[in-house]
Design a protein around this ligand. Structure first.
Ligand code: SAH
Length: 337
């Protein structure tokens, strides 16, 4: 069995079963965060313990299989895990630092109409260590520090909460990377019960909600998950989250030509979000061939943003990064399975 598959608590128990003290786990975790390939490299453990560990446990690491570099510095990575499954991560450079977009599942079950990740459904959840490996491998390959992460790659993080929450604890731990929770953003299509849970367990982690439509009917047409968690329950949960955590909620809105880009749509968004400590991030749709949906011109996106601003909603238009590489979620993996 894979050692890294255990939670940090379970690793302490496994070490105790070998007669070892809990601080050994901290040493091993430190090695994992420094990119160790095996137990043999962990030279501050006795050779006897290293041997015992190697006999009892497998120790694996993902591999970067492909890197696509954009002229603007964006890098897209395809990472292969030991069972051959693959996930994507995207490195982006901003004025405030470097950010990595991390996948939480291979494929996705949410099946949003515009998204490439859900085309083949979910293949499997990623484990906490695999998400940590995405960070470590990409940082190594980029040769630059990464001070922000966004859980906005393939997968629905709230459909894999146990692994995602363990990953958040691991990447935050001062025993390794020590990334501040305030520098982490989790994006969800709106699985309401977990919004409350995230607020209680990780109040400093930033929450982003994929809104994409401001009426229930239009949202259901784009996002099947909206049928289970309607705007009537989603929006109050977001309001409560913002109030309880004191943090600003982001609403992502992919602008799709002729579907959700009218002046009336902007008015509906403003009505829906009025009074919530939030901002809207507009994303001109990254067209995925199979969806039959088109993007809007950037000028239209900026006009939509101005309209929202005039209605009192702070709005940004996402910078277009990596336009010359397969930037939309799930596109790179789809080409290489
Ligand atoms: N499952 C999470 C994370 C998914 S991806 C969620 O739904 O939020 C992160 C964001 O990219 C989401 O807002 C998602 O709706 C959006 N997205 C997916 N495919 C897209 C595309 N082709 N163009 C623009 N945005 C897209």
């Amino acid at each position: 069995m894979e050692f890294k598959q255990l939670t940090r608590e379970e690793r302490k128990q496994a070490l105790a079963a070998l007669g070892e003290k809990p601080f050994r786990e901290k040493q091993i975790f430190g090695w994992i965060c420094r990119g160790a390939e095996n137990f043999a490299q962990m030279t501050d453990l006795s050779s006897g313990l290293r041997e015992k560990l190697s006999e009892s446990w497998e120790f694996s690491r993902g591999k970067i299989e492909l890197i696509q570099k954009s002229a603007d510095g964006t890098m897209k990575f395809l990472i292969a895990f030991p069972d051959g499954e693959k996930a994507e991560a995207v490195f982006m450079s901003y004025s405030y630092g470097n950010s990595l977009c991390i996948s939480t599942q291979v494929g996705c079950n949410m099946r949003c109409a515009f998204c490439a990740s859900g085309l083949g459904g979910k293949i499997r959840d990623l484990q906490a260590w695999e998400m940590l490996d995405e960070y470590l491998l990409c940082r190594e390959a980029a040769g630059q520090p990464i001070n922000h992460i966004v859980l906005m790659g393939m997968g629905e993080p709230f459909d894999n909460y146990a692994n995602v929450s363990e990953f958040l604890r691991q990447i935050h731990s001062p025993d390794g990377i020590g990334l501040s929770y305030r520098n982490i953003t989790l994006s969800t299509c709106g699985l309401v019960p977990y919004i409350k849970r995230l607020g209680e367990e990780f109040p400093q982690v930033n929450l982003a909600i994929s809104l994409h439509a401001a009426t229930q009917k239009a949202r259901e047409a784009l996002m099947p998950a909206a049928k289970a968690y309607s705007l009537d329950v989603l929006i109050p949960a977001c309001r409560e989250h913002a109030e309880k955590t004191g943090r600003r909620v982001t609403f992502e809105y992919a602008l799709i030509l002729g579907k959700n880009d009218s002046a009336k749509d902007a008015e509906d968004i403003a009505k829906l979000l009025r009074g919530i400590n939030c901002h809207v991030n507009l994303i001109p749709l990254n067209p995925v061939e199979e969806s039959g949906l088109d993007t809007v011109p950037r000028t239209a996106a900026h006009a939509f943003a101005e309209k929202l601003e005039s209605l009192g909603i702070p709005t940004t238009v996402r910078r277009q990064l990596g336009a010359d590489i397969d930037a939309a979620c799930g596109q790179l993996r789809k080409k290489h399975v």
